[in-house]
Design a protein around this ligand. Sequence first.
Ligand code: PCA
Length: 200
Amino acid sequence: MAAEKLKTLLITGFDPFGGEAVNPSWEAVARLPDRIGGWRVEKRQIPTQFGLAAETVLAVAAECMPDVILCVGQAGGRSSVTPEVVAINLREAAIADNAGQQPQNEPVVAGARVAYFATVPVREMVAAIKARGIPAALSYSAGAFVCNDTLYQLLHHYHDTPTRVGFIHVPFLPEQAKNGQPSLVLETITEALAAAIEAL
Ligand code: PCA
């Protein structure tokens, strides 16, 4: 019998930013197994920098030729794991990125369309995460900082190709949450990502 052909998932998490010591997105991605269901899982940390984040993903993707690219980012203040529905063509940063860039009212890609929908099955991902008893919901805005920037650039690059692209925002870890902000423990965030991957 022929061996099952594994598909390749490139999954990324960001480095810490905004004065935080950790970024739960990378902490969780780093703990994923190398194989989940029919997926070979390639994990990388990417920098919280406008432009360079997407460039880093594209450089790795050129080597590992993923079927799906899933980026994961921290969304402090959110209480659930949130697959992003859409990326918009706007850079508008409330804080500086890790290279000191703080663009205001700039396009991600000049002259390109206003928005792209994610090309992964976001509703199935939410259902799969909830089925594990973990809070999950669709998000209709990835913001206008580096996470949206990365998702937009990847969706623009892979538009009309078979490569599917998605993004999941995750809450703070308990040690980051101040003044009653919501959080999830690392094991729960990691399990949520594994559930989302099984829904791809
Ligand atoms: N979250 C930020 C950028 C890096 C990260 O983890 C964002 O939501 O844009």
